[in-house]
Design a binder for this molecule. Structure first.
Ligand code: FES
Length: 256
């Protein structure tokens, strides 16, 4: 294995395997749960303050270089899903870092959008909705329609000659910053407006080998109910590849 890249992420139920050329890279999104986020090895960690508006905080002591450095799990880019697992014609619900989000294709902005998966009206999951003929995300319950900025474009029940109730900020959906890179939709799991333009200041981690045609890229996305410690142990154990991934990954067995 020439290169190993692990992107902490949330995985959809479908698996995607892509292979080109000869050198393998493993880009392996996996599911985080809240409990996984707060399990650390005491021997490896120093003072790690996990800060988040919605997830518990844990501090442990140990022996790391970055003492007293605060790490905010909700102020980072995360690989959310391979684009190949998405359908531009329909929204898709994903749980990421304990957050329910919906990913959908905004044809007006030509970009994937990541919204809170709750309609501001009666909290119906927007992932159960549809993309309407104008490319808006439409709630399946009462048909409210939303644009790529989370703004409500239409409340069908509102009288056409009445106040523009759809323009109320209360009718907006919370939007997560998102971007596409390496064939993956990345999201910033914080809808605070101060992060609206975070992409201009901080970008997702870039792995040049993934874009290098002399490398082979394998993107494998699954929901797996275990923590990253087990996944890393698995990735450091290439001897299982020929058997567990028979027929889907190229692997040269050692000479006998
Ligand atoms: S719950 Fe979404 S429009 Fe009513």
């Amino acid at each position: 294995m020439e290169a190993l890249r692990i992107t902490s992420a949330v995985a959809p139920p479908q698996s995607l395997i892509k292979a080109h050329l000869s050198k393998p890279i493993f880009t392996t999104p996996f599911t985080h749960t809240t409990s996984n986020l707060t399990r650390f090895s005491k021997s490896k960690l120093t003072k790690l303050n996990v800060i988040s508006p919605s997830v518990s905080t844990q501090t442990e002591t140990g022996n790391l270089d970055h003492q007293d450095e605060k790490f905010d799990w909700f102020s980072q880019w995360y690989a959310l899903t391979p684009v190949a697992d998405l359908d531009k014609r329909a929204p898709r619900g994903i749980k990421a870092l304990g957050l329910d989000v919906v990913v959908w294709w905004d044809k007006n902005e030509n970009a994937w959008k990541v919204f809170d998966d709750r309609c501001p009206h009666r909290l119906a999951p927007l992932s159960e909705g549809r993309i309407d003929q104008w490319g808006r995300l439409q709630c399946v319950y009462h048909g409210w329609c939303f644009g790529g900025s989370g703004d409500c474009k239409l409340i069908p029940q509102a009288p056409s000659n009445g106040p523009a109730v759809h323009s109320s900020t209360k009718a907006c959906v919370a939007v997560y910053p998102s971007t596409e890179q390496h064939g993956i939709v990345w999201f910033w799991p914080n809808t605070d407006p101060k992060y609206k333009d975070i992409l201009t200041k901080k970008k997702p981690p870039y792995v040049p080998e993934i874009e290098d045609p002399s490398f082979r890229t394998t993107i494998c996305a699954r929901d797996i109910p275990y923590g990253y410690e087990v996944l890393i142990e698995n990735l450091m154990d290439p001897s299982h590849v020929a058997y567990s991934h028979a027929g889907i990954m190229t692997y040269s067995p050692p000479p006998r």
